[in-house]
Design a protein around this ligand. Structure first.
Ligand code: NDP
Length: 370
């Protein structure tokens, strides 16, 4: 299957004068060392490292190790606790509410997703909300945890305000991602992992670092006009919801999805929502998450379910192709191919991200990973 795509990598090319290839294991060890040095228990540091490197392995450059400085700063200024008292504040057989006590988002979310998985194995469904957490990286990381157990995983988080909802200017709601992972007989499994805005603020930061303009239609400036300058978006403008500006391409659908995520992650858990969600370096960000795990075995046999998913993927792939577009992809397929390639050949780290990692290493008296 897909032999012609074995060398595929998302987002390339990666010229060697701008990128250095780093072994994923080496990168993980370095990131974990950084957090241990800051006082995070090794087990939690390993989870953060695994989450950030998973983003880089899967081609999400905006949510990988390039964000390390921000997490480090959050801990240094006391906005993120290194040894939080994570606890379950309410619980039933199939649900729970977890308080993250302002710890790093990744270990908090990892624990909450594990709890949802255990509940789904017992009760066919597990629903866990999380309050008082922090930025948890890529949403798909947690949805994917369910796949190993033949379960469907859903992972949502809210984020600091970055999006102008339909009719508004300025940053009001988060880019509030949704991830859904579904097991099938063979990889790549369906893994939808998307912001509810057209693009993420991380994509603006990557474009800014590389001196690139963004396409018209992704974002607006402070007056509500389209801007192609990522720095304007970061400083004074706003991202647009999926569907874009106004009603022509139904921007209100992305707006509604973003609000729905805020309702589950913020309102329902009594974490922050909308403009009250803060950045990782502000005390406290009060990010909320929401995890749902469904056991297909509660409906049909797992074998039948996975076989049917295989059929669904095949049907989608074998549709008549649009003459002007490339191949038909399944969600998660590009990331899966990229991961396979990068496990073998290393992760391309951009020159400015190398500088960030070197600075962090120097700061903490550690060896950089390259
Ligand atoms: P993308 O727009 O890159 O991709 C969204 C989804 O579409 C992915 O599942 C992707 O699969 C799939 N896809 C891409 N191209 C095709 C295609 N041609 N046909 C079918 N499916 C396709 O993601 P975003 O920029 O929206 O989000 C990037 C990351 O940022 C996500 O991991 C998200 O969780 C994270 N994020 C985190 C936030 C936080 O606060 N923690 C906030 C917002 C986003 P594939 O993965 O295989 O490319």
């Amino acid at each position: 299957m897909m032999n012609e795509l074995l060398g595929y990598e998302k987002g390339g090319p990666y010229p060697p004068d701008e990128y250095v290839r780093v072994n994923a294991g080496r990168l993980k060890t370095f990131v974990s060392e950084v957090f241990v040095k800051l006082g995070v228990p090794k087990e939690d540091a390993d989870i953060v490292a695994d989450n950030l490197v998973a983003a880089d392995l899967r081609g999400v450059e905006s949510h990988g190790v390039s964000r390390l400085r921000r997490y480090v700063d959050g801990i240094k200024i006391g906005a993120v606790k290194t040894r939080p008292n994570i606890k379950i504040v309410r619980e039933g057989p199939a649900h729970a509410l977890v308080d993250g006590d302002h710890g790093l988002g990744q270990p908090v979310a990892h624990r909450a997703m594990r709890l949802a998985i255990e509940k789904a194995k017992e009760n066919f469904i597990g629903v866990v909300g999380v309050r008082n957490s922090n930025h948890y990286g890529i949403a798909g990381y947690y949805a994917r945890m369910a796949l190993n157990e033949d379960l469907i995983g859903i992972s949502l988080t809210n984020s600091r305000p970055l999006v102008a909802h339909t009719g508004a200017i300025g940053k009001h709601i988060g880019t509030n991602p949704i991830a859904v992972a579904v097991p099938s007989e063979r990889e790549p499994h369906f893994l939808l992992d998307m912001a509810t805005s057209i693009v993420t603020i991380g994509a603006m930061e990557v474009a800014g670092r590389k001196g690139l303009e963004i396409p018209e239609g992704w974002a607006i400036d402070e007056k509500g006009e389209y801007t192609r300058d990522p720095e304007v978006v970061i400083k004074s403008g706003a991202l647009l919801p999926l569907g874009g500006l106004g009603e022509l391409f139904r921007g209100y659908k992305g707006y509604g999805l973003g609000v729905a995520v805020d309702v589950l992650c913020g309102v329902l858990t009594q974490s922050a929502w909308g403009k009250a969600v803060k950045n990782t370096t502000e005390r406290y960000s009060n990010v909320g998450h929401f995890f749902v795990v469904i056991n297909p075995g509660g409906f049909i046999s797992i074998e039948e379910f996975k076989r049917s998913m295989e059929t669904l993927k095949r049907e989608l792939k074998s549709a008549k192709k649009h003459p002007k577009l490339g191949r038909i992809w399944i969600h998660g397929e590009k990331a899966w191919l990229t991961e396979r390639y990068r496990i073998k050949h290393g992760i391309p780290i951009y020159v400015k991200t190398q500088e960030i990692l070197k600075e962090v290493a120097e700061d903490l008296d550690l060896e950089p990973p390259f």
